[in-house]
Design a protein around this ligand. Structure first.
Ligand code: GLA
Ligand code: ZN
Length: 683
């Protein structure tokens, strides 16, 4: 597939953005000049301003004070810097909450919160929407043509739900629009169960610990509503800005795999995706963690079809909300920051620029510490990274078009987590997706991470672990993908429920039965201490060998049109199929019936990777802990090599000499990467 270079986030600044959340509103003006001096020393070029500055901007209702922000914006522009300007809706002023209590959030137990903390507002309240739109519009009008304005940052980490009367009424309207009739609603929610039949729309209420929790269709629809209502609020924010600044890109900072909002529904309304990444480095296995974070970076790249995203927040040193604020070891800062760039970020930004003097985040890592000067280890590492980013202009706007996609789907996660069986609570869906992903990460094979609504046709290999929910049209698109020559991989616990969480009748995996050529009759959920074995059949065609270990889930399946490639080794289902493949049209579909060990996934995907000639960042054997990722514009290739081990590692780069953009040096053949080292090879 051809790759075009995307335009920079804002064509006015065709470079990597480097900077952080900046709160001059919390500091005396005497500090601001020093901030500008330090900003240049740190090789930072962008500050995210005014995120929580509503009271400073509007100290009393209708009384606006922009003078201080004028000076901040001017200072930035005068010093060659730019602003990602935030809308202040993430935290409201006390006067607003006091005068209009409806803006305060109501909990699921129906009690209304007091004023306090942040993100404590109702997304439906007409007053909150009006006040937000008003101040947003004033900001946009005032700074529309300011030379510092680079992008808009909507609110902050939208999250949470509200159970006030306004929200409950909005939910009823949403439900009515979706189902039209009570009969349709009662069928979808299977309300005959425990006599929950709805006989009047007015009886509908959100799930609550003091009320309904057992109607799974309701639980699912409430989560969908929360996403839609948050998106609706976000659109109010967007409209209020666009009228004055139609060309300034708009983003909002997301939170990775945060389960509270389906980001795929929000993404189409944004110009650029951004997210806040806080991995707990040096806690356990950093190599596994690096792969897991890579998975989330890839979601963010995929949310807008491969368009570069923004690493809106990360920490220069230690986060303060983790159990132990372990500081990043020397080198980890550049490594973890450039990892985001390797996966498609065109920015490295921090929470925060200057460490807060008081309140809840006074010990959160920052570029400028309480000591106030540039002579700290952390400041030095930030400045070093800034210099590296300045060398990456050619990478801006590039992306990757992988041959592999893994489906990680929010609604599927919601439904599966809610299900009381075959294991309680978290079924390990996200972990499973990450485990399949890791088999490719280790080999430097780029992967897209998408939800089930996306187009599959550009991929050679489509993997959908635990596709418990299959929404309308998805099975048909998978079948078409396989018939056209694609390779599809499904696992246990697939094709169980429809979009309303109603079980498919007629046998699992529901609408995927024909494509996979199997019938899954029972699911055996194992206790922690249980295990089974998976024994590859002779001549399985994948080079699988020895005995693999199966834990937690074992589907008991019948091969209908599929061929059996491995069988269970123990229990009453010993000898029954554990791995099958079904030929269909020009492609084939595998079913992995049990949750197998890492060695199985490694062997299985190594075989498929070899057969399918998958796009790879680097044609070299990667030592453990080395990640290779690719960005390209279709002409030039940029290979990011990253060593997540503290020790140096050596790998063979082949005979052609390539330039490491970070150092400007030429490398070839046996090449050493230092502990936590990074190279960006340009060809
Ligand atoms: C979140 C918020 C920031 C800050 C950081 C601290 O990401 O968006 O305002 O609180 O956490 O890690
Ligand atoms: Zn509300």
């Amino acid at each position: 597939m051809t790759i075009d270079r995307y335009p920079p986030i804002n064509p006015r600044f065709p470079h990597m953005l480097h900077g952080g959340d900046y709160n001059p509103d919390q500091w005396p003006e005497t500090v601001w000049d020093e901030d500008m001096r330090l900003m240049k020393l740190a090789h930072c070029n962008t500050m995210t301003v005014a995120i929580f500055a509503w009271t400073k901007l509007e100290p009393a209702e209708g009384q606006f004070e922009f003078g201080w922000l004028d000076r901040v914006m001017d200072l930035l522009a005068d010093n060659g810097g730019y602003a990602v300007l935030a809308t202040p809706s993430g935290a409201r002023p006390a006067w607003l909450a006091a005068k209009y209590p409806e803006v305060l959030r109501v909990r699921p137990d129906r009690g209304r919160n007091l004023f306090g903390v942040r993100h404590n507002h109702c997304f439906t309240s007409p007053v909150y929407r009006e006040k937000t739109a008003l101040i947003n519009g004033k900001l946009a009008e005032r700074y529309a043509n300011h030379p510092a304005l680079l992008a808009w940052h909507l609110s902050n980490e939208y999250n949470g739900e509200c159970h006030c009367e306004l929200c409950r009424a909005a939910f009823r309207t949403w439900v009515k629009t979706k189902y039209g009739t009570l009969d349709a609603l009662n069928h979808a929610w299977w309300t005959g169960f425990w006599s929950h039949t709805v006989t009047d729309w007015a009886q509908i209420d959100p799930p609550s610990p003091i009320g309904e929790t057992s109607v799974h269709g309701l639980n699912l629809d409430w989560k969908r509503f929360v996403t839609d209502q948050t998106t609706d609020f976000m659109q109010v924010e967007i409209t209020s800005l666009r009228q004055f600044t139609p060309d300034v890109p708009i983003t909002t900072n997301m939170m990775g795999t945060f389960p509270g909002l389906n980001y795929w529904r929000m993404a189409p309304h944004l110009d650029v995706i951004s997210w806040d990444s806080y991995p707990m480095w040096h806690k356990g296995d950093d190599v596994a963690l690096a792969s897991d974070i890579a998975f989330v970076h890839d979601i963010n790249r995929c949310l807008k079809g491969g368009k570069p995203f923004m690493l809106m927040e990360s920490v220069p040193s230690a986060t303060n909300w983790v159990p132990a604020a372990k500081v990043k070891r020397p080198g980890m800062h550049a490594l973890s920051s450039l990892q985001a760039v390797a996966h498609g970020s065109d920015t490295v930004q921090y929470f925060q620029w200057r460490k807060s003097r008081g309140s809840a985040e006074k010990f959160h890592g920052a570029v400028v510490d309480h000591v106030g000067h540039e002579g700290t280890r952390v400041f030095g590492e930030v400045a070093d990274l800034g210099r590296m980013l300045e060398r990456l202009d050619p990478v801006v706007g590039t992306t990757v078009r992988p041959d592999v996609a893994i489906v990680y789907d929010w609604e599927n996660n919601w439904a599966m987590t809610d299900a009381q069986g075959p294991r309680r609570g978290d079924k390990g869906y996200l972990d499973d997706c990450k485990r399949h992903y890791r088999a490719f990460w280790k080999r430097g094979i780029p992967v897209d991470v998408i939800d089930m609504e996306q187009d599959f046709s550009s991929y050679k290999l489509l993997i959908a672990p635990m596709l418990y929910m299959v929404r309308p049209g998805v099975a048909e698109r998978i079948e078409a993908f396989v018939k056209a020559g694609g390779v599809f991989v499904a696992t246990y616990l697939s094709g169980i429920v429809d979009e309303n969480d109603l079980c498919f009748l007629g046998g699992w995996p529901g609408p995927l039965r024909e494509t996979l050529g199997i019938w899954a009759e029972e699911i055996d959920a194992l206790y922690e201490h249980d295990a089974n074995a998976v024994l590859p059949a002779a001549g399985n065609g994948l080079g699988l060998n020895g005995e693999y270990v199966a834990r937690e889930f074992c589907d008991l399946i019948h091969a209908k049109t599929a061929t059996v490639l491995a069988t269970y080794g123990a229990d009453f289902y010993a000898g029954r199929p554990a791995l099958t493949v079904n030929e269909l049209g020009k492609g084939r579909a595998y079913y992995i019936a049990s949750r197998n060990d890492e060695r199985f996934l490694d062997d299985f995907y190594a075989a498929l990777g070899g057969q399918l000639n998958l796009l790879c960042a680097l044609n070299a054997e990667l030592p453990s802990g080395i990640s290779a990722q690719l960005r390209s514009d279709g002409k030039r290739r940029f290979v990011f090599l990253m060593n997540f081990n503290p020790e140096p590692a050596t790998l063979d780069l082949g005979s052609a000499s390539v330039t490491d953009l970070l150092t400007g040096t030429t490398v070839q053949g046996q090449t050493e990467l230092s502990g936590y080292g990074v190279a960006v090879l340009a060809a």
